[in-house]
Ligand binder design. Structure first.
Ligand SMILES: Cc1ncc(C[n+]2csc(CCOP(=O)(O)OP(=O)(O)O)c2C)c(N)n1
Ligand SMILES: [Mg+2]
Length: 548
């Protein structure tokens, strides 16, 4: 079949398993959007480019590759923060931007949307993408497209393709690049590392695995679970990898995040004599704002870029080879009695139902009514910190930008999650501040007939920051959030301020096939225990009056 650059690009993405693309067109990108429309991909047109990025990122985290299509500079630069988030958190997101023609570029003309030079946008994106291509030559365009998409898939970082509006319609030359060979481990280093690791695990009384986000991104969660099950070693997740394994798995012990962890999990991990960190991002959030007490000498660390066992570093050992090797080593099964056994959920009493809602009970009640196959997307703030103890039962059904922590992620990422997994009912938990950033993207949910359940935690402003340094800068204008239903003329909405009312509306929302906006009133100043702990810790770092 003969292809143009546009048809080849979207056909290739479809063959890679992509079903949806997210975007907003503009004149430089319209010819590309035409090819997108003719392709097997379904386009979801959003209302603002930051949301395009977060939706494509949410989709990518579930599907393995997401696509954001925008116009030159005004669209692309609007998208930048979301792409930075995807870069920081290793989400495989492809940016496709329209651009000026090679002819325009021959003169130093002031063409609309141009910032400083014709290359400004591409150069800015170099900082937040792992591969870039500006398709000026149809002869090499197919190879360039494959090169960038391959890099996105293998490195799990965003990529950037800019296509001039007139080039996209040109016939393509058949690509010459075929599958690149997978990187290989150094056999001697691999064997030495496996021996040292196996010995450390065999000699340990209390080994524990912390399974972090790189495992999920690089498709190695099954291997980690196989090791854990074979050796009977418990697994913790992190804020960023929450739901990497089913949170009802008998070996699961909770979310580890230093002093922000669930206490039993923190105690177990930090008293371990063999801590196996798989695919970990050693961020300040992982370390609970440096409250973590981990001993390097008792740690096996394997990530996509390094392997360290105790104080020994091993070069050129691929994570996949190391984990496959470990899964087949002969190591005796461990004794383990889960200290974090799931307790049966305690239903609300009638007396409790009449009580005023607060942040901690929001999450308890949310957990009580959550369906097994639901997806939960959380925004920055108490929406995320309060959800630490929530138990979801499916794998990879909890999404949050828990390291980069950009507000505004959750509503658009929920739309991406619904596109990627339409069979799962999607819940979004979002603060009032974050909702004011991208919440109006619910317009897109309405446009495409989606039915998320959106819980807005209205604590009257920037609650997280009130714990760090408070002042009038943390106040926001109070919206009448449930009126958004009327603006969109879509779905249902309810404001609740008691525990019983929240329970009732969550049950009702789960039953109906409609979008539901639930405004949960949380008293100003109240927050979950985890957020309070984080706020106090950050307060000690940021507030000159509390700095130690
Ligand atoms: C895009 C962006 N801007 C600013 C911040 C800094 N910030 C972190 S938490 C927060 C307040 C969040 O308020 P809200 O969404 O209401 O959640 P709450 O803290 O009240 O739970 C702010 C402004 C951020 N993380 N992201
Ligand atoms: Mg708030």
């Amino acid at each position: 079949m003969s292809h143009t650059i546009g048809s080849f690009l979207f056909d290739y993405l479809h063959k890679q398993g992509v079903t949806h693309a997210f975007g907003i067109p503009g004149d430089f990108a319209l010819p590309t959007f035409r090819w997108l429309e003719e392709s097997p991909l379904e386009l979801i047109t959003m209302t603002h480019e930051p949301s395009v990025g977060f939706a494509a990122d949410g989709y990518a985290r579930i599907n393995g590759l997401g696509v954001a299509c925008v116009t030159y500079c005004v669209g692309g630069l609007n998208l930048l923060n979301a792409v930075a988030c995807a870069y920081a958190e290793k989400s495989p997101l492809l940016v496709i931007s329209g651009g000026p023609s090679p002819n325009d570029r021959k003169h130093d003309s002031l063409i609309h949307h141009k910032v400083r030079s014709f290359d400004s946008q591409r150069r800015i994106f170099e900082e937040v993408t792992c591969a870039q291509a500006l398709l000026l030559d149809p002869e090499t365009a197919a190879d360039e497209i494959i090169r960038v998409i391959t890099a996105v898939r293998t490195q799990c970082r965003p990529g950037y393709i800019e296509i001039p509006y007139d080039i996209v319609d040109m016939p393509i030359k058949q690509p010459t690049i075929r599958n690149l060979p997978a990187p290989e481990s150094d056999a001697e280093n691999l064997e030495a590392a496996l021996q040292e690791a196996a010995q450390a695990i065999a000699g340990a009384k209390q080994p524990v695995i912390v399974a972090d986000v790189e495992l999920a991104r690089h498709g190695m969660t099954d291997l980690a679970v196989a090791i854990a099950e074979k050796l009977n070693i418990p697994i913790a997740s992190t804020l960023l990898s929450k739901s990497i394994i089913s949170e009802t798995h008998p070996l699961y012990i909770g979310v580890y995040a230093g002093g922000l962890s669930e206490p039993v999990c923190q105690e177990y991990v930090e008293s371990s004599d063999c801590l196996i960190l798989l695919g970990a991002f050693m961020s300040d959030m992982f370390l609970g704002l440096y409250t973590a007490k981990l001993d390097r000498r008792k740690t096996i660390f394997i990530g996509s870029e390094k392997l360290r066992i105790g104080l020994h570093a091993y070069e050129n050992v691929e994570m996949k080879d190391f984990l496959s090797g470990l899964a087949t080593r002969d190591i005796a099964k461990k004794e383990f009695d889960n200290p974090y056994k799931l307790k049966p959920a305690v239903p609300l009493t009638d007396a409790e139902r009449a009580e005023t809602l607060d942040a901690e009970s929001f999450f308890r009640i949310f957990g009580l009514t959550l369906a097994e196959d639901a997806t939960v997307v959380c925004d920055t703030g108490d929406s995320l910190l309060g959800a630490i103890g929530l138990r979801t039962s499916q794998r990879n059904n909890f999404l949050s930008d828990a390291y980069y922590l950009s507000m505004g992620f959750s509503v658009p990422a929920t739309i991406g999650a619904i596109a990627a997994n339409p069979g799962s009912r999607a819940y979004c938990i979002v603060g009032d501040g974050a909702f004011q950033m991208t919440g109006m993207e619910l317009s897109t949910a309405a446009k495409y007939g989606m039915h998320p359940i959106v819980c807005i935690l209205n604590n009257d402003g920037y609650g997280t920051q009130r714990h760090i340094i408070d002042g009038p800068f943390n106040n926001i204008h109070r919206w009448d959030y449930i009126k958004i239903r009327d603006v969109l003329n879509y779905g249902k909405a309810m404001r609740v301020d008691t525990k019983g009312a929240l329970e009732a509306v969550l049950k009702e929302a789960a039953k109906t096939d409609e979008m539901y906006i639930i405004e949960a009133i949380i008293p100003r100043g109240d927050s979950s225990k985890s957020l309070r702990r984080m706020g106090e810790k950050l307060g000690e770092l940021r507030n000159k009056d509390k700095r130690k």
